[in-house]
Design a protein around this ligand. Sequence first.
Ligand SMILES: Cc1cc2nc3c(=O)[nH]c(=O)nc-3n(C[C@H](O)[C@H](O)[C@H](O)COP(=O)(O)OP(=O)(O)OC[C@H]3O[C@@H](n4cnc5c(N)ncnc54)[C@H](O)[C@@H]3O)c2cc1C
Ligand code: SF4
Length: 327
Amino acid sequence: MSLPTFKLLLPRTLQDAVSHLARYGGNIQVLAGGTDLIPSMKQKLFTPAYVMDIRGIDELRGIHVVPGTGVEIGALTPLSTIEDSEFMRRNYRVLYEAAITVASPILRNMGTLGGNICLDTRCVWYNQSLQWRKSCGFCIKKDGDLCHVAPGGTRCWAAFSGDTPPALLCLNADLEIIGPRGVRRVPLSQFYTSLGDAHLKLDPNEMLTRILLPESSAGWKGSYQKLRIRGSIDYPLAGVAVAFRKNGGPVEAARVAITAVNPSPVLVPGAEHALIGKQPDEHVATVVGELAAKAAKPLTTSGLTPEYRREMVKVFAKRAVLAAARS
Ligand SMILES: Cc1cc2nc3c(=O)[nH]c(=O)nc-3n(C[C@H](O)[C@H](O)[C@H](O)COP(=O)(O)OP(=O)(O)OC[C@H]3O[C@@H](n4cnc5c(N)ncnc54)[C@H](O)[C@@H]3O)c2cc1C
Ligand code: SF4
């Protein structure tokens, strides 16, 4: 499979990047690590006239501690930088645990946190070559008008399959976004839609610049557990992030989020209430598992059955609560 033809843009500053976005918005694709975009372009899932490689913009890299505020992580920061950071492991455990499960060591060296957040949704009917998709009559997400997963329906249910966003939801992260109209800050919890074919609230002329973690989430106990076919490299087919604050007594604050079982990563309703004021024991972990499974709406978008994936959300949520308690 070859890449489609495109013009490569190589901005060195954010200002240059914004000028390109303003000029070519709608026909431009941001390239960060390229670990997802390049294979997708080879499959002709994306055929932009312009590809903007942002790797020359140094200010988009790095983990910066801002005393009294929290941590700012550049969108271009490789996942391996989070993996190698003792500060992140100690202070933002759930994000560290999610980052180390992404793909493989080589892909984590290339793949960035921003790319993981903006990752396209996945479906067995979509992540295929042009010929494969053509032979099936295409589908709503790309080039067609029917859904093979929910025939008769008019919407796409492709699953968001990034590992770090559920962890970032648990940490109450904000995103900084830049575009021709300036800079805006948005809570990650408001960044995703529930549509598989238009899952980001990001205009075509905007890009993600920084991820902001509040100091109030530092030091929370955390764990991330995921289901995948090949333990050494695969995307999640179900993933659960759990984080809570606990200082010797019962849980004081908590969040639980799931990924890969809905078109967006979602916070589990009721999980906070189930954990706060309690000891995170077997019983509480089982209750959280049931709540997480209730929030999961897997469909036949992957090689594993929806029933198995929902059941594993329950199992992994329980394990994550108990593992977080030990962290
Ligand atoms: C074999 C294999 C296994 C994988 N396994 C996993 C896995 O287990 N878990 C997982 O989460 N991912 C997995 N991935 C996907 C990918 O490697 C990671 O998600 C990675 O973090 C993507 O980051 P990137 O910088 O390479 O993104 P890119 O490929 O450069 O971009 C991905 C998407 O995000 C957009 N984008 C990137 N940066 C920005 C920005 N700053 N602003 C706006 N849009 C932006 C791009 O336009 C593109 O649409 C896997 C990929 C492969 C090939
Ligand atoms: S859920 Fe339906 S529309 Fe979406 S990618 Fe899969 S088959 Fe296509």
